[in-house]
Design a protein around this ligand. Structure first.
Ligand code: 16G
Ligand code: ZN
Length: 532
């Protein structure tokens, strides 16, 4: 076929460094930007083939999220805006690691295995973050698409969740919204304004939010969006990219792991409500400092709790019998799980780390709220749940209370980006809930008290010797490790600890929680010694 000759020629312009082996990990390929040109070209090829296979538009996002500026990465987005399926992750790894002269064979193998009709049309949406390497790398993706005769649309600078949204809109013929950045702002901001419209006693304080944009794409996009919010939310934007470096001592990951406010922000007043996005705006955490200057973090678990409580109350008021569950990972603070299960009486499920795992489990319920403690999460509504809510909202024979709850639920659905965790959409949802409940960030924080915890990372010769089970909460190998952890945990009160190999870095991660910070720190330290 003519296009294969073309690929040979063009791929030579994006040569693979000899001996380099990379894997499509938890969030795609991610490493130093200098090593990624050939990967980008090849992901352009693969997205084109995937589009032919699914007969739908596929997304390719160039970003390394919260990683340092010099890194970059790429991930593929499937037709409904979700992460690409596992078997295609394997294809991606195969294609990425084929030596230059074997590239065509590797590509043909995938085409054959998947029985691709090569005459099928292909469409690929491409987006990128603000890294200086992103422009040429996303061009390499576009080159890959055109080498196989696919059509592409370059969205340029967008957040990761915006690209997921575009793909979903495109493949659902606009039912999810309009596949433009403008369409995105219109959809989510309108829903936000509807939700907050009858909260007339909302004070100026409640309308004001301090945001750390991590010097990344989220900051740019919030600026673009502001006018759509009609002053119903007034955002003081720090780390907007005009001075500081991307993710450097700021952003959601820094704030969560360091448990302190970002640098580069204005002096935070006691009680002021603040939040941080990560470098591609698919994560958000909230925080404030109290009058004594103590820092309080409200992470993904606190968001999951607030959101699921809000939704459960509305479902009860609406008289809708829909099954709601919260999906967490091993990192979820023990207090949050305890509160959800025992006080809220909400079903809680635990999965392996990585959005695709949480997303998958959340799909099993009518309403599935999923959040990683690091601040990545969203809510999924089943089709049946959406239909029931819609019917009730339109029903003229129901009492006022049920009707009001149904209308709030409908607007809540519209403010949520169901394709993936989205810092902008999560921010609007949390702000709306706080406004409706007339709640301050301190009141939200006191719903339950986090157990003190500590995360550490340990460098080992080969992190793959650690294999885990039970949603990463127990180590199966190496022999004796889990017994050692169990014995250490027994020394402390309300303690829990686990280790897992990172999916994004060459390290082993250690998590510990206990009744005091000293105990959590000591336990994390002792467990990290046991890992060696
Ligand atoms: C990726 C995942 C994130 C997960 C993190 C764990 C996506 C989009 N992102 O950033 O969900 O928490 O990896 O990293 O899936 P780790 O394996 O290095 O701890
Ligand atoms: Zn991210």
């Amino acid at each position: 076929m003519a296009e294969f000759q073309e690929i040979s020629k063009l791929s030579a312009l994006h040569p693979k460094p000899a001996g380099l082996v990379l894997q499509y990990g938890t969030s795609g390929f991610r490493t130093n930007a200098k090593q990624l040109d050939h990967i980008m070209f090849r992901m352009g090829l693969l997205a084109t083939v995937r589009s032919k296979k699914t007969k739908a538009t596929i997304g390719v996002m160039v970003t390394a999220s919260h990683n340092p500026e010099e890194d970059n990465g790429v991930k593929l987005v499937d037709p409904m805006g979700e992460m690409v399926t596992q078997d295609w992750e394997e294809h991606a790894t195969q294609l990425a690691n084929a030596d230059q002269e074997d590239l065509l064979t590797a590509l043909k193998n995938i085409i054959e295995k998947e029985a691709i009709n090569m005459s099928q049309e292909a469409n690929v949406f491409v987006g990128k973050d603000t890294r200086s390497s992103s422009a040429s790398l996303s061009q390499a993706v576009l080159d890959g698409v055109s080498a196989l005769g696919g059509h592409s649309k370059d969205y340029g600078l967008v957040t990761t969740p915006q690209l997921h949204y575009m793909v979903c809109c495109q493949n659902t013929q606009g039912k999810y919204g309009e596949a433009t950045v403008e369409g995105y702002y219109t959809k989510f901001c309108q829903a936000f304004i509807q939700l907050t419209k009858n909260t007339s006693n909302r004070t100026d304080d409640q309308k004001h939010l301090c945001l750390d944009g991590a010097n990344g794409i989220g900051a740019l996009k919030v600026r673009e969006m502001e006018s759509h919010l009609k002053k119903e939310l007034q955002i003081s934007l720090n780390n907007d990219g005009s001075k500081g470096r991307l993710n450097h001592q700021c952003g959601a990951d820094y704030v969560k792991v360091q448990q302190k406010p970002p640098t580069g922000a204005h002096r935070i007043n006691p009680g002021e409500r603040c939040c941080s996005f990560d470098g591609d705006a698919d994560r958000i955490v909230y925080y404030y400092t109290d009058s004594e200057g103590t820092f309080h973090l409200l992470d993904g678990d606190k968001m999951a709790t607030l959101i699921s409580t809000f939704l459960k109350e509305l479902l009860t008021q609406a008289g809708l019998d829909l099954k709601i569950a919260v999906v967490q990972t091993a990192y979820a603070n023990g207090s949050s799980t305890h509160y959800l299960e025992n006080t809220m009486k909400v079903l809680v499920r635990c999965t392996k780390t990585g959005v695709k795992h949480l997303h998958h489990v959340a799909q099993e319920f009518d309403v599935g709220v999923y959040f990683e403690a690091n601040g990545h999460g969203t809510v999924l509504f089943s089709k049946a749940a959406e239909e029931k809510i819609q019917q009730l909202a339109e029903d003229t024979n129901v009492n006022d209370e049920r009707k009001k709850a149904a209308l709030l639920l409908r607007n809540t659905i519209n403010v949520i980006n169901q394709t993936v965790g989205d810092a902008i959409s999560d921010m609007l949802l949390i702000e709306a809930i706080l406004a409706i409940k007339g709640m301050t960030i301190q009141q939200w924080d006191t719903i339950y008290t986090d157990l003190p915890n500590r995360q550490l990372k340990v460098k080992v010769a080969d992190r793959r010797v650690i294999d885990t089970t039970d949603a990463e909460r127990r180590a199966v190998t190496p022999a004796g490790l889990q017994e050692a952890i169990d014995n250490l945990v027994k020394k402390y009160r309300q303690a829990r600890s686990f280790v897992r190999p990172s999916g994004t870095e060459d390290v082993v991660r250690v998590y510990a929680e206990a009744d005091t910070q000293e105990s959590a720190d000591a336990l994390a330290h002792e467990v990290s010694l046991a890992v060696y």
